[in-house]
Design a protein around this ligand. Structure first.
Ligand SMILES: [Zn+2]
Length: 99
């Protein structure tokens, strides 16, 4: 951990930017940031994204990986980690790390 904490507004802005980029801004209905016991995040098929408040203390790459993972679930509309799912996540993250 690099000790740099970000505010909730930063995390929410990152979520909004990625939702636009991934094309799920219409499906994303609600974003919550709260303590979670065992996961970094979850997303419901109804478009409720819940992010673990611990993410606020994680580096940008970790926040990005979690956000992209959950929003690709929303894009594909099912919970499975298929080949397509993994390829899409990888492509978005590689694109982000190049820019
Ligand atoms: Zn998943």
């Amino acid at each position: 951990m690099n000790g740099e904490r970000v505010g909730r507004e930063i995390l929410l802005a990152e979520v909004r930017a990625w939702a636009r980029r991934i094309g799920v801004e219409d499906r994303l209905r609600e974003v919550q940031i709260r303590p979670m016991r065992r996961k970094w995040a979850s997303v419901s098929s109804r478009g409720r994204l819940t992010l673990n408040a611990e993410l606020l203390a994680q580096p940008a790459e970790v926040r990005r990986a979690v956000i992209v993972h959950e929003l690709v679930h929303l894009k594909l509309r099912h919970g499975a980690h298929t080949k397509l799912f993994r390829a899409l996540v990888r492509a978005y993250l590689e694109e982000a790390s190049r820019s």
